[in-house]
Design a protein around this ligand. Sequence first.
Ligand SMILES: [Zn+2]
Length: 137
Amino acid sequence: MARRKKPTTRNIRCYLCGKRFTVSTKTMSTTCPACNKAIKVEDVIVKSYVPVIQLQTCGTIKITKRGRIAAKQIQSGDGIDCEGTIDGNIETEGTVRFGPNAVWKGRSLHSRALDIQDGATLIGEVIVPWSRSEDND
Ligand SMILES: [Zn+2]
């Protein structure tokens, strides 16, 4: 059997309007062909305290042990991996994974799936499984 080639493109979904399209795996950010807004595609790693209004990417978000994100809204296309602290509402079409020392506090957490280790703290309303409506397709 032929060796599988590393994919050079990936399917993403605009977190602003829900449009699905394909980009190169090297793409860090792009313009959505449907809503013409600039969107972030790269994976985000939070290693320290990061206060922002919104953290949005079509990729994944990783919060390390010392990382802390404080945002009104956190949106990720491919899921969130949290070993640290998240303050804010979460919306992802992927899996949210909370490590044993992870803390999440927010109004709502929407995700496709959850993976919670013993010891993690979650305070807020959890809506799982969730997927964004396909109204825009
Ligand atoms: Zn869009």
